[in-house]
Design a protein around this ligand. Structure first.
Ligand code: AMP
Length: 416
């Protein structure tokens, strides 16, 4: 026997039961997001590499080491999308959505690709549900985005949640702060991890993420961006918090909240769940007022979230996995009755009943057992003397004309 071919590391198959739970998650997301005016968008699985290099940021882990990038055969570099915000902003600019009434509110549920080391809750192909609101810098947009993710997680009964929020200010405040922080880090360079020291120029903010003890000690005394916000940014942040309070969304301010993408301005937030292991982040996002312009579009503020499907499912084991009910199972005795059974199942399907027929040559007992396993409401048994309709709830059995069988089920259903 030749060696079995298996799925690539960090990927997985969605089998029937998980598919049902995912369908529940998707319909919940649709209800929550479309109920607030967000419309679905689909962007391509791959984009020009430049979109992410510019949009996500050259200094990020994603762009530096996690992208699946390849030549498309025609000398162009393309990349499997590692995230959804840059593609949505590209689509906004490409389709002139700034001419529509603002904000334009979009949502997606798509697969994303990052060459990360796989572990529990971390995959190389994973799925996110996300929402983006483009074209308004109103703090109520930020609060709405956070509230919608909070609502979705609550509706999915995700347990052990914690919400942290922060503000990164505008690009100008951040640039000045960045220089201050770089000065501070250089003054303490000897106490930092090699990794953090090497990135003082490129990405000093990531030093707050380090779990290296020496670095952590230095960072405990570091200046905080939250204390350097200009008056507009500070007021924007205060309003977002006030709106969250008014809506009863519990949150903690975390002045060191750093996210792995460069494009954020002002509000950033993250939900974690203690039901997850090391990969405790379940979803997050923030405001990205410069992104559309950075991609060549008009200056457009924006704010959004993305949450991981796998982690939502891990932290919400109770997601109902409902297979559709079976209205009719058509059993038959002897090959001569197969065509009649097939015709009955087809007629039932025409009438929008969920119908299945025997397809594996089981004995009569085996067929009834299979119908029972499927939870079929009715079983039709076609034999050479006629057709019997069995009500699996009451156990009643009656002889019926094959032509009247579907009408009878519909009539009985109407009475229920
Ligand atoms: P990010 O786009 O990095 O802000 O991630 C948003 C959410 O997507 C995270 O909170 C996770 O729930 C999920 N996520 C990110 N990367 C992965 C991954 N490699 N595998 C599974 N889920 C992920």
């Amino acid at each position: 026997m030749s060696a079995k071919v298996q799925v690539p590391r960090g990927t997985y198959d969605v089998l029937a039961e998980a598919a049902d739970a995912r369908a529940t998650l998707e319909s919940t997301a649709r209800r929550v997001l479309e109920g607030s005016g967000y419309r679905r968008i689909e962007t391509p699985t791959f984009e020009h590499t430049e979109l992410f290099a510019r949009g996500v940021g050259e200094s990020t882990d994603i762009v530096q080491k996690e992208m699946y990038t390849f030549d498309d055969g025609g000398g162009r570099s393309v990349t499997l999308r590692p995230e959804g915000t840059a593609p949505v902003c590209r689509a906004y600019a490409e389709h002139g959505m700034h001419k529509l009434p603002q904000p334009v509110k979009l949502w997606y549920l798509s697969s994303f690709y990052r060459k990360e080391k796989p572990q529990a809750g971390r995959y190389r192909q994973f799925w996110q549900v996300g929402a983006e609101a483009l074209g308004s810098d109103d703090p109520a947009v930020d609060a709405e985005i956070i509230l919608l993710l909070a609502t979705l997680l609550a509706e999915l009964a995700v347990g052990g949640l914690r919400l942290r929020i922060g503000s990164l200010g505008t690009l100008a405040a951040r640039t000045a702060y960045r220089e201050e922080l770089q000065g501070y880090l250089r003054a303490h360079a000897g106490e930092l991890s090699d990794d953090v020291r090497a990135r003082i120029d490129l990405n000093p903010l990531r030093a707050f993420d380090s779990d290296h003890p020496g670095t952590r000690a230095v960072m405990a005394g570091a200046p905080l961006l939250l204390h350097r916000l200009d008056a507009d940014d500070a007021e924007h942040f205060a309003t977002v918090r006030e709106l969250l309070d008014r809506a009863g969304v519990d949150h903690e301010v975390d002045p060191t909240l750093v996210r792995g993408l460069d494009y954020y301005t002002r509000t950033v937030f993250e939900f974690t769940s203690d039901k997850l292991g090391a990969q405790s982040a379940i979803g997050g996002g923030g405001r990205y007022d410069g992104l559309v312009e950075m991609l060549g579009g008009p200056a457009t503020p924006g704010c959004g979230f993305a949450a991981g499907i796998e982690r939502m499912m891990l932290a919400s084991p109770g997601l109902p996995a409902a297979a559709p009910p079976v209205d009719l199972y058509v059993a038959f005795e002897g090959d001569g009755q197969r065509a009649m059974a097939f015709a009955i199942a087809a007629e039932a399907r025409d009438a929008r009943l969920n119908a299945q027929m025997e397809l594996a040559g089981r004995s009569r007992k085996g067929q009834l057992k299979q119908a029972d396993r499927l939870g079929a409401r009715y079983v039709a048994i076609v034999n050479d003397t006629g057709t019997v309709l069995k009500d699996m709830q009451s156990g009643d059995q009656i002889d019926v004309e094959p032509g009247g069988l579907v009408a009878r089920i519909l009539r009985n259903r109407g009475m229920r």
